[in-house]
Ligand binder design. Structure first.
Ligand code: HEM
Length: 118
């Protein structure tokens, strides 16, 4: 497994982590379906959210180290910092159930997406 492959895998995992939110958003705005199978898929993806989020944090550091063997500030490391903070806030929200933490979890997820595309 080389660092480039690991990078691509991380992007796919990031997509899976975001997918339940994106699917619900699209459904709320456009389709408004109440189809049971749709919600089953979203529920399944929600189950993957936490383990995949944690996997992203682990893979990101391995990928970054393999690519650079050092630390430099660039969109990749900024993306990683955003992922790390997002995961930390997600975990904190899960434990403490404070609404603010969830709001920041989502804000930083949007920030991570920005660095990924940027
Ligand atoms: C690291 C990448 C992560 C990203 C980009 C991310 C992003 C998001 C987003 C956009 C939502 C909103 C879902 C919605 O409103 O429907 C969400 C929900 C949530 N996230 Fe994360 N998340 C990440 C990792 C984690 C981790 C590591 C944990 C916990 C260990 C976590 C825990 C949660 C919880 C508890 C919710 C709300 C309930 C649920 O949808 O399951 N997240 N996350």
């Amino acid at each position: 497994m080389n660092y480039a492959l690991l990078g691509r895998l991380s992007v796919i995992i990031f997509g899976v982590v975001l997918l339940p939110y994106v699917l619900n958003l699209i459904n709320r705005k456009f389709f408004k379906t109440k189809n049971k199978s749709f919600f089953k898929v979203v529920k399944f993806l929600r189950k993957l959210h936490k383990p995949f989020g944690i996997a992203l944090i682990v893979l990101g550091i391995v990928h970054g180290y393999m690519a650079l063997r050092s630390f430099r500030l660039h969109t990749g490391s900024l993306f990683y910092i955003a992922i790390l903070a997002t995961g930390f806030l997600g975990g904190s929200f899960y434990r403490l159930k404070k609404k603010e933490l969830f709001v920041w979890h989502k804000r930083l997820a949007a920030g991570a997406l920005y660095y990924l595309l940027g």
